[in-house]
Every structure is written in structure tokens, then in C-alpha cells.
Design a protein around this ligand. Structure first.
Ligand SMILES: Nc1ncnc2c1ncn2[C@@H]1O[C@H](COP(=O)(O)OP(=O)(O)O)[C@@H](O)[C@H]1O
Ligand SMILES: N[C@@H](CCOP(=O)(O)O)C(=O)O
Length: 319
């Protein structure tokens, strides 16, 4: 379930004329999304995805949509937004903001091997480099400021052990972010949610990635940590799988070499990536949005990952 706004082919007859896509021929709701209403759209010109935004407002969208356009123009395999005849990327459909983007081929790889992790690392490095001259700026809205503001809100719902971990880790991250090593980390637009379900593969070849709605400007290393914490772990324990970590980091390093400061910040950043998703999952569980229809993701998964990263040294970055 996840088509919140119903759209029919008839609804598109007039609306689609503003785009250079010919007539709409078929429209199929996509069931797997959790935030927006998504449809596979076939037109006379090809295959697209129509997204109607259920939570983000018009003024919140330019950073994400322009970033996708910028990256697509630089040859990164991300959905390319289609402008209408007036050059607008975001238009109104059923009173809500909507976009049409190119449809990526392939399917998710939910059981990744080192070869897939290498593809992800290579693409992530290319994406970071391609984002360097992107002109819009928006901070990572799930960065440290958000963590510091949100942690007290969930504290009352936690066990003594959880509350202690959340308190000590937010303090650790605030302290780390105030230091010289953190300040020296290279930064730019980052995806910030590059999980397995947001990347497509055709066989062993990465064919694209999507879902840029947590993107923002942050350290590149944070993005790598978020990605490694999902792609390179044993899901049951949260433990890092060395061969996958090596494959992802080596491929990234070959395209965009790591700095000494990144080497020093790696373990704290893996912890920061785990903390960010533990906290958002705690928040969604204990303080769900009004009319939230979906089962929240399990926070204990990221609590386990966070404890793992605190207790066990990760493979170091290649330098
Ligand atoms: N550009 C695209 N090309 C191909 N499939 C896409 C594209 N965008 C989204 N999808 C499909 O739609 C599903 C839901 O998209 P997603 O961005 O995760 O939605 P939500 O933001 O609502 O969580 C994805 O799992 C994927 O299968
Ligand atoms: N990756 C996040 C949730 C974001 O959901 P998505 O389907 O939009 O990627 C998590 O696992 O908590």
C-alpha cells in the first residue's frame, strides 16, 4: 500500500499536455513507497515515474529536484526530472506538488555481495564529485542539529539503558563535531539515505539510485557511513562484513581518494550514521505523524548497529 492520492489515466489526459511526452498510455500505482504516491507512467515517448508529494510542500522541493537534475546531467544514474513547456519541474496535480522523472531499469539487490558494494562505492564517489558545483544549498535536515533537538523528545519513551545510550552518544557526537578533525572533512550535497532499497541493479551492474528526499549538504564521510551501515552488514547482528566494507571503500577511494582527516573520523562517523537512523526510527515509533498509516521501521536494528560500532573497531579507510 502506498498510493495515497488516486490518479487515473483520464485525469492525465489534459494535464500531461504541458510536458513534451505525448499522450499518457498507461499508469500503474507503485505499492512499495512509504512517503509519496508513485506511479509507473508510460507515454508515447517512453517510461517514466510520476510522483505526487504527500508531505513535502512546493517550497521544500527545489533542492531535491534540482539536485537530481544536476546529477543526471553529469551522467550519474539518477532519475532525471522532466520539465514542462514553461521549464517547471514541479507542477500541481490534484492540488499537490508532482514531478515526472525518467524510469530507472533494474531491481533492488537485497542480498549484496562485494561486487555490488564496489558498484555502490564507485557510484557514491562519482555522485559526490558531480555535486561539487551544485549551486543550491540546504543543510542535512537530519544532521546534528536535528539530532540534538529530537533526542530530548524521545527520551521519555525509552528504557533506562536506551536513554543512557542516546544521551552519551549525542554528547559524543556533539563533542566530535566541535573538533578540528570534523571541521576539515570534505563536504557537499549527499544522498544521506542510500540504503539497499534505493539502488537498482541489472545483474552485477548498478543501474541507478533514487529517493533523494533526505539529501542535503553534509560531510561526504557521513554519506559513506550511512551507506556502509546498510550495505555491508550482517542484518541479524549489525556486524560489518569485512569483504563488503573493503570492496565499497576501495572502489570509492579509487574514484575520490580519502583524506587523512576522513581516516581519523571514520569510526565516529559510522556511529553518527547509526545514531541518525536509530533516532528517526525511535521518533516515528513513539511520536508518529497524525494519520500515519504505515508500520514504523524497527529502531532496535540501529540500536544494535550503534552498540556494535561503539564496541568493535571497523576496517580502516584505505589511505
Ligand atoms: N525513477 C524510478 N525508476 C524506477 N523505479 C522507481 C523510480 N522511483 C521510484 N521507483 C520505484 O518506486 C518505489 C517507491 O519509491 P520511493 O522513492 O522509495 O518512494 P517513497 O519516497 O514514497 O518511499 C521504489 O522502491 C522503486 O521500486
Ligand atoms: N532508510 C530509512 C527510512 C527511509 O525510507 P525510504 O523508503 O524513503 O528509504 C530507514 O531505514 O529508517
Amino acid at each position: 500500500m502506498a498510493v495515497f492520492t488516486a490518479v487515473s489515466l483520464d485525469d492525465l489526459t489534459q494535464w500531461i499536455k504541458q510536458f513534451p511526452l505525448g499522450r499518457a498510455l498507461a499508469l500503474d500505482g507503485i505499492s512499495s513507497g512509504i512517503d509519496n504516491s508513485n506511479f509507473f507512467l508510460t507515454t508515447e515517448r517512453g517510461e517514466y515515474v510520476l510522483t505526487i508529494f504527500e508531505n513535502l510542500r512546493f517550497e521544500q522541493l527545489p533542492f531535491y529536484v534540482q539536485l537530481m537534475r544536476h546529477l543526471a546531467q553529469q551522467g550519474i544514474p539518477v532519475p532525471a526530472p522532466v520539465p514542462n513547456g514553461d521549464g517547471e519541474l514541479v507542477v500541481t496535480l490534484h492540488g499537490k506538488p508532482a514531478i515526472i522523472v525518467s524510469r530507472l531499469s533494474g531491481a533492488s539487490q537485497l542480498d549484496p555481495q562485494p561486487v555490488h558494494c564496489a558498484e555502490v562505492g564507485r557510484m557514491l564517489a562519482r555522485m559526490h564529485l558531480a555535486g561539487r558545483d551544485f549551486e543550491l544549498h540546504q543543510p542535512n535536515l537530519r544532521g546534528l542539529d536535528w539530532i540534538l533537538a529530537t533526542a530530548p523528545e524521545v527520551q521519555p519513551f525509552l528504557s533506562i539503558e536506551e536513554a543512557a545510550l542516546l544521551r552519551t552518544e549525542t554528547a559524543y557526537q556533539a563533542d566530535f563535531a566541535a573538533g578540528a578533525t570534523y571541521a576539515a572533512l570534505p563536504r557537499g550535497p549527499v544522498h544521506a539515505d542510500l540504503f539497499r532499497n534505493n539502488v537498482m541493479f541489472e545483474g552485477e551492474r548498478l543501474s541507478g539510485c533514487f529517493d533523494f528526499y533526505f539529501a542535503g549538504v553534509d560531510t561526504w564521510l557521513f554519506d559513506i557511513a550511512v551507506t556502509v551501515n546498510d550495505w555491508c552488514i550482517d542484518l541479524a547482528t549489525g556486524r560489518l562484513i569485512d569483504a563488503r566494507v573493503r570492496a565499497l571503500l576501495d572502489a570509492y577511494h579509487a574514484a575520490r581518494p580519502f583524506t587523512q582527516e576522513e581516516g581519523a573520523a571514520w569510526q565516529p562517523m559510522l556511529r553518527a550514521g547509526a545514531l541518525r537512523f536509530w533516532l528517526s526510527r525511535l521518533y516515528d515509533l513513539h511520536l508518529p505523524r497524525a494519520a500515519e498509516l504505515l508500520t514504523p521501521h524497527d529502531p532496535t536494528h540501529f540500536e544494535r548497529i550503534l552498540r556494535e560500532r561503539i564496541e568493535r573497531a571497523a576496517p580502516q579507510l584505505p589511505l
